[in-house]
Design a protein around this ligand. Structure first.
Ligand code: PEP
Ligand code: MG
Length: 322
């Protein structure tokens, strides 16, 4: 099997019926890119920039960030790289930022909520990204977007910094796509309205599941409710994909679900364009996709979306692909 995987390393990803999808990787540091390329990644679907901020005693400087982003973009040689802006708070704390202690950190002051209130932290990251944009195919993604206003504000700050850099005589790419994570149900529900304004979506199922099922992703006692195959989750994902495609935008997924062998056929049938996963899952996924018919899976989409339980979905999909 390893040999079959190796053969597909530098190949694009096609289904049995000739449909193309993109298999990308989730990374946390520039050092991770070697693994992405060795495992045949066609892009980076999620660069979690938190690691630049963690394990130290002060904020990373704009230049430090620039070096990291430039390194990832250069190593990826023109392949798409989706960089997510700072997603701090919730399970990820920073001791030097004295974030408030909260009763419900996962429902609290985190990610884009924090960045919009702390532009002195947000702007240097955006500047570093914009400066790095000329070294590859950069896409910028905002995390934890719950309202269209949040997206507009974040994008306005980005455009403001772009303008400022240009006035300083610095080079900035004019082809940077700006998108959002869909990990809050409100955003999944009105994806159609968002789709008119964003360049792309990436579904963050790790959080989307916890917020939809009201089940803390770190709490063992409610982990039985953490159900990627729950029809509510699948219907939300479907809504996002349909909304995006109706506006000619692309949709990826960067939650853990994107790399699961039973999720891949469902997501393919729903029309997902990009699957972003840990690097080591890429070649198994490419091998699996080679034998799947998108047409056949799409024909079963309505049936799957109308089911009542995750178990029914799993049983049905298992039969469909075996
Ligand atoms: C997600 O929520 O699915 C996601 C990819 O982000 P994180 O796991 O970093 O919260
Ligand atoms: Mg998340």
């Amino acid at each position: 099997q390893k040999e079959e995987w190796a053969k597909l390393k530098d190949e694009p990803t096609f289904t049995a019926d000739g449909e193309q999808v993109e298999l990308a990787a989730n990374i946390g540091t520039p050092e991770d890119v070697t693994g992405v390329l060795n495992n045949g990644g066609e892009g980076v679907g999620l660069y979690r920039t938190e690691f630049l901020y963690m394990g130290k005693n002060e904020l990373p400087t704009e230049d430090e960030q620039f070096d990291a982003y430039k390194s990832v973009l250069e190593q990826m040689q023109g392949k798409p790289v989706v960089v997510r802006t700072l997603d701090i708070g919730g399970d990820k704390e920073l001791n030097y930022l004295d974030l408030p202690k909260e009763l419900n950190p996962f429902l609290g002051f985190r990610a884009i909520r924090f960045c919009l209130e702390n532009e002195d932290v947000f702007r240097p990251q955006l500047r570093a990204l914009l400066r790095a944009s000329v070294y590859g195919n950069l896409k910028i993604m905002f995390p934890m977007i719950a309202t269209i206003e949040e997206f507009r504000k974040a994008k306005a700050i980005l455009l403001d910094e772009k303008e400022a850099l240009k006035n300083e005589g610095k080079d900035v790419s004019d082809d940077i796509e700006v998108g959002i994570m869909v990990e809050i149900p409100s955003t999944a529900v009105i994806a159609k309205q968002f789709a008119k304004e964003v360049d792309f979506f990436s579904v963050g199922t790790n959080d989307l599941i916890q917020y939809t099922m009201a089940a803390d992703r770190m709490n063992e006692q409610v982990s039985y409710l953490y159900q990627p195959y729950h029809p509510a989750i699948l219907n939300l994902i479907n809504n996002v994909i349909e909304a995006a495609h109706s506006e000619d935008k692309w949709v990826g997924m960067c939650g853990e679900m994107a790399g699961e062998p039973l999720a891949i056929p469902i997501l393919l049938g729903l029309g997902l364009d990009e699957f972003s996963m840990s690097a080591t899952s890429i070649l198994p996924a490419r091998t699996q996709l080679k034998d799947l018919s998108k047409k056949k899976l799409a024909a079963n989409k309505d049936k799957i979306l109308s089911m009542g339980t995750a178990d029914e979905v799993l049983e049905y999909v298992n039969e469909l692909i075996n």
